[in-house]
Design a protein around this ligand. Structure first.
Ligand code: HEM
Ligand code: HEM
Ligand SMILES: [Fe+2]
Length: 484
């Protein structure tokens, strides 16, 4: 630990990388808080009436899902601040502003969480919108905090674009990243909408919710994956950039009109049924591209890597992104099926699996890359990381399977058989398949929480320094000696 701390302040890191480490640390802390509130939220299902009037389900869930969005955003930003100076060979432009805004971000998040915990709700007026919460799922943060997030992201975009300008260099990866800043900030502006018509409000709200997670963030993780593969496998830039272009083309091609899968039942015209059905059915394609991308690289290098945990986590990212977002999303994306599955625990099953596969696994890969640099070893292949890996994956797969069972029971008993009446809802919520699914979700949630503890323990403790063996492929070897 002491050794890690000395290296933490090592002069070999760019300021931007140190900022990246701060963002990654904040992300891990918030990840823990998110799990805590997720677990708490799951208990209300088992013990209705728990904490009634003190801290209700709605607030536990709000902290859980807003915490999720923010820590993943911080994790993605941390990964990008880590790699940006390496990519362009210079310190990031405007790094001072980025450092200041990191603290603005942290303070804002802490104040919003305190408000959610202790103030919770307010009257339906502008004061509440500005200072307590906006009541729109995933973007409940009050207006002042939403302004803060917009500023943080604007500084982030400035850092990325101006570093290219100052370095007089734009790689293929940087083009993709810089262009992605426009929709990243653009669609976030919807967090400020005050539409009183629920249909039009939802219409635009989905632009933000769907576009962030299925388009702009997917591009960010694609960029990060390209860097990670070059870093830990020595994969050639030509290969990762070619795949990145293909993925981005497919993500934008399918993801933009795939938005239609949220327009089936909110009062939009009927043509969205076929547009949404068709384009969202194409959405798994880019995710499949990512899997091919990772497997192709594995074949090229016979699984030789200088950082095994990072490599395995990034490959897991590719696989589970495809399964959680692609397959679990596809299952309920056709209007004929969505009619029955809409808004059930089936949706929550997909939501958990997709976020975990697409982003959580990728961010953990970057945590291990930072860990390697900080602990100064050429080859990171200690055994202890298996615990976090095993428990987190077991916990998540268990949770999403339980939710899928519960959701299918809802779709069948409440919707298909019961005809969606209030009575059918009540009967279905006592159905043994549904109830046992919810108990199993909390059980596997606890396994997931244990996995988180093992992950943090592994990241905080020192590892033995290992030199690179002589029989590693030339590219991986070269990277290993560079890292020393
Ligand atoms: C990385 C891990 C996790 C991610 C990415 C995640 C993500 C999410 C998302 C996206 C939602 C909203 C789903 C929707 O309304 O359709 C949600 C809700 C929820 N999550 Fe998690 N979560 C995670 C971990 C956990 C854990 C460990 C538990 C504990 C058992 C948990 C329990 C819940 C509960 C109870 C809800 C409310 C669902 C509802 O409205 O009925 N989550 N989570
Ligand atoms: C990284 C990618 C993805 C993430 C993080 C993600 C996450 C989510 C979340 C959290 C929800 C619940 C939203 C809510 O009501 O609160 C959702 C809904 C949905 N997702 Fe995804 N998703 C992803 C990709 C996909 C893909 C590729 C498809 C289709 C092939 C898909 C199809 C759907 C559908 C149809 C719904 C609506 C479910 C309903 O009607 O209740 N998603 N997604
Ligand atoms: Fe979507």
């Amino acid at each position: 630990m002491a050794q890690d701390q000395t290296l933490f302040r090592s002069a070999t890191l760019y300021r931007s990388q140190r900022l990246g480490l701060k963002y990654l640390t904040a992300a891990v802390v918030l990840f823990g808080a998110m799990i805590l509130f997720g677990f708490l939220a799951s208990l209300y299902y088992l013990f209705p009436g728990m904490l009634y009037g003190v801290f209700d389900f709605s607030m536990a869930k709000t902290v859980h899902i807003d915490g999720l969005v923010i820590w993943i955003l911080m994790g993605l930003m941390g990964a990008i601040y880590w790699y940006l100076p390496k990519e362009l060979g210079r310190e990031v432009a405007g790094i001072r502003a980025a450092e200041i805004f990191f603290w603005v971000f942290c303070i804002a998040v802490a104040l919003v969480i305190l408000t959610f915990l202790f103030v919770q709700t307010g009257k339906a007026d502008f004061f509440t919108l500005w200072f307590i919460q906006q009541g729109r799922k995933y973007v409940e943060a009050p207006i002042w905090a939403a302004i803060g997030i917009t500023l943080v992201m604007s500084v982030f975009a400035y850092n990325i674009i101006m570093t290219c300008v100052k370095a007089r260099k734009v790689t293929g990866i940087m083009w993709v990243l810089a262009l992605d800043m426009v929709p990243l900030i653009g669609v976030y502006l919807d967090a400020f909408s005050h539409d009183r018509n629920m249909s039009t409000d939802l219409y635009w709200w989905w632009w933000l919710v769907h576009m962030w997670v299925e388009s702009t963030w997917e591009v960010l993780i694609g960029v990060i994956m390209a860097w990670v593969l070059m870093d830990v496998m020595g994969t050639s830039r030509k290969i990762v950039e070619t795949w990145l272009y293909i993925e981005v083309m497919l993500v934008l091609g399918a993801g933009i009109l795939g938005l239609g899968h949220h327009y089936f039942w909110i009062g939009t015209p009927e043509y969205w049924l076929s547009i949404g059905g068709f384009f969202s059915a194409l959405e798994p394609l880019p995710l499949l591209g990512m899997v091919v991308h990772a497997i192709y690289d594995a074949g090229e290098h016979r699984l030789k890597t200088r950082n095994r945990p990072a490599y395995i986590w990034i490959t897991t990212e590719a696989m589970l992104n495809f399964i959680g977002a692609g397959i679990f999303g596809f299952m309920m994306t056709l209007p004929q099926i969505n009619l029955f599955s809409h808004g059930t625990q089936w949706t929550a099953s997909h939501g958990h699996f997709a976020f975990y596969g697409a982003y959580v696994c990728g961010i953990i890969a970057v945590l291990y890359i930072a860990k390697q640099k900080v602990s100064g070893t050429q080859l990171l292949d200690h055994k202890r990381w298996y615990w976090g890996y095993g428990l987190l994956n077991l916990g998540m797969v268990g949770m999403v399977t339980s939710l899928l069972l519960a959701g299918m029971a809802q779709a069948f008993f409440e919707r298909a058989m019961g005809g969606s009446t209030l009575m059918a809802y009540t009967v279905a919520s006592e159905n043994p398949w549904y109830v046992s699914g919810l108990w199993a979700r909390s059980g596997f949630g606890a396994v997931f929480a244990l996995g988180y503890i093992m992950l943090v323990y592994d990241l905080l403790t020192a590892v033995k320094k290992v030199p690179m063996p002589a029989d590693y492929p030339v590219e991986v070897h070269r990277l290993g000696t560079e890292a020393a």
